[in-house]
Write a protein that binds this ligand. Structure first.
Ligand SMILES: Nc1ncnc2c1ncn2[C@@H]1O[C@H](COP(=O)(O)OP(=O)(O)OP(=O)(O)O)[C@@H](O)[C@H]1O
Length: 593
């Protein structure tokens, strides 16, 4: 998928093919036995239901003229029994199909969720998250009707249709042939509706996705919206997005509902025609009972046709969702795990950047010829202007993106040749925007290593100076925090994610602006605790506040994607180059303030 935003419809990169339907039925396959049983029960039900008009014919033509009350009572009893059997079977069908439908939906959703977890950063960079959400939640839900009812109905309807046609031909061949005149008319209607309906539902799925993306973005950005008093503008944008959705919904439903009245009209037309033809044929081999029964069957005859029409509608509608669901399932991670890759052994922590080139988009160069080696235990600081490429460098160490040129080696092993989980397990990463999950503080820190004991969690928190603030919270480590940690301050969120990274006990530590929101006093204490924890680990520290990285083994000054200067703080200060410039300007502004 190309880059996309909330007001842009997504192009469908793979055209619809019936393979999608086949794939969907692949999900239904495990329930084959239950489905067969349900079909069998439904066949009994429709058989019982279909006997009605035949019993009426018998009553009108035989028992009533003969005044046979016993015979009539028997027919009435059989009819009642048939209705009871139909009712019981229907109840079973509804329960079974709802269960099977929901199980299938659960499996599709699980597969989709598992798959999106495997997708690379670039997938999330390129599209609004609301558009991902709508596929996993709404589109999958939309398949429910098709799965719960469609399939079984189709089979039982085809069965009913065959039996009804059989009864009709048994009653009178000429009338049965007349009854078929509606078919060509129906075929013409379907032919004209089909393409328009498919397009309309594709458009509807796009507009639904756009609306979801906008709502999702608005909720995420609500604080900024309110801070800048942008509510009115946002309301207008939402109204536009919502209007687009309403318009496409009305169009889709309008086209969809063309089919049902068409079937109704054709059936009424056929019945009228049969009455006219049948009445003129009474006495010429057609009895009144036969005509009444025949008309009864014609009404019944159009019910399964109408159901098949609805099934057809459901398939067309589901196609619009299915193609999006499977498109996402087929999305390949841009960073692929090497199928022949071995697990990376426990490393000492040597990291080599060997003439690395990188860009997020084809043809764009964000990093140029990055070449350096970090020995085990060294602390490498990355400094430089905003957008110069520091985060991009550290992202490459964890293979969040693949390189356009050069190599990154860990203890001499090219990271592209090892499995991604074995690589990432050796890293502790503290991203620029630390993410807090909903749950307790304890859970959030333990995210770094799920088998860590409570004591280890507390120890990590103490090391990063998070313990004291955690203990001031109402329930200490058991305090529940919201998604994104909205109940915590930015500095507190950083401390928690710091503890999380340390708990993983990684060989390599990446701290991207890890201390930008922490006050100087806490930071000083943190540095002390860290110096013991950093010992023996290779670490990469990105910091705008240069006072925090003076003790680093080496400082790389990054400018426009290249290493402009490299050396220790003292070396770079004596060189009086760009680092010196930056340092002295920060220092003098601090002195002024
Ligand atoms: N996901 C992305 N997709 C496309 N371009 C990106 C992406 N992330 C960063 N860039 C671009 O790559 C360049 C380097 O960005 P990077 O985040 O590495 O800079 P940085 O030095 O870490 O900046 P800062 O100090 O502001 O964090 C910038 O021009 C930025 O616009």
């Amino acid at each position: 998928m190309a880059r996309n935003k909330f007001d842009v419809d997504e192009d469908l990169e793979t055209p619809f093919s019936f393979i999608h339907l086949k794939r969907l039925f692949g999900y239904v396959k495990p329930y084959k036995k239950k489905i067969m049983l349900t079909i069998l029960i439904m066949l009994v039900a429709s058989g019982a239901n279909l006997i009605g008009p035949y019993l009426i014919k018998q009553a009108i033509d035989k028992e009533i003229p003969a005044g046979n009350v016993g015979g009539l009572s028997l027919l009435a009893g059989i009819y009642l029994g048939a209705l009871i059997i139909t009712g019981i079977c229907m109840k079973y069908r509804i329960r079974m199909m709802a269960e099977i439908g929901q199980n299938v939906i659960k499996t599709i959703r699980k597969d989709l969720f598992t798959h999106i977890q495997s997708l690379s950063f670039s997938f999330y960079d390129n599209r609004p998250h609301g558009k991902i959400l709508v596929r996993v939640v709404n589109y999958v839900n939309s398949l429910s009707d098709l799965l719960s009812n469609g399939l079984i109905n189709l089979i039982t309807d085809i069965f009913s249709l065959t039996v009804i046609i059989g009864f009709m031909f048994a009653i009178d061949v000429r009338l049965a042939i007349y009854a078929m005149i509606g078919f060509p008319l129906l075929a013409i209607v379907i032919f004209f509706i089909k393409n328009a309906q498919r397009k309309a539902w594709q458009d509807l799925s796009n507009k639904q996705s756009n609306m979801n993306a906008y709502i999702h973005e608005s909720i995420n950005g609500m604080k900024v919206t309110q801070a800048f008093a942008r509510e009115e503008e946002n309301k207008k944008i939402f109204e536009d997005v919502s209007k687009g959705y309403k318009k496409s919904w009305l169009k889709a439903v309008y086209i969809q509902f063309l089919l049902w009245p068409s079937i109704e009209n054709i059936s009424v037309l056929t019945v009228s025609f049969i009455y006219v033809a049948g009445i003129s044929m009474i006495g010429q081999g057609v009895t009144v009972g036969a005509l009444v029964a025949f008309v009864g069957y014609i009404w019944m005859f159009w019910t399964p046709i109408s159901n098949i029409g609805n099934f057809y509608n459901a398939i067309i509608n589901a196609m619009a969702y299915l193609e999006r669901i499977f498109e996402m399932m087929d999305e390949k991670p841009t960073v692929l795990d090497n199928p022949r890759g071995k697990a990376l052994h426990d490393i000492k922590g040597k990291v080599e950047f060997d003439h690395v080139e990188f860009g997020y988009e084809a043809g764009e160069k964000v990093l140029k010829n990055i070449h350096f080696t970090a020995e085990p235990g060294e602390t490498i600081a990355l400094v430089g202007a905003t957008g110069s490429g520091k985060t991009s460098i550290v992202n490459l160490i964890s293979r969040f993106y693949d390189l356009n040129g050069g190599k990154i080696k860990m203890d001499g092993v090219d990271i592209k040749t090892v499995t991604i989980p074995s690589l990432r397990r050796q890293m502790g990463i503290m991203l620029q925007d630390p993410f807090i999950f909903s749950g307790t503080i304890m859970d959030n820190i333990r995210y770094g290593r799920l088998d860590a004991s409570d004591e280890e969690v507390v120890e990590a928190a103490k090391a990063v100076q998070a313990h004291s603030f955690i203990m001031t919270l109402q329930d200490g480590y058991e305090t529940e925090v919201n998604e994104r940690g909205t109940r915590l301050s930015a500095g507190q969120r950083q401390l928690i994610s710091f503890a999380r990274a340390l708990l993983a006990d990684p060989r390599i530590l990446v701290l991207d602006e890890a201390t930008s929101s922490i006050d100087t006093e806490t930071e000083l204490a943190l540095q002390k605790g860290l110096s013991t924890l950093l010992a023996g680990r290779t670490s990469f520290i990105i910091a705008h506040r240069l006072s925090t990285i003076q003790s680093a083994s080496r400082i790389l000054f990054i400018e426009k994607g290249e290493i402009a200067e490299e050396g220790s703080h003292d070396e770079l200060m004596t060189r009086k180059g760009q680092y010196w410039n930056l340092y002295t300007s920060q220092h003098s502004s601090l002195e002024v303030s």
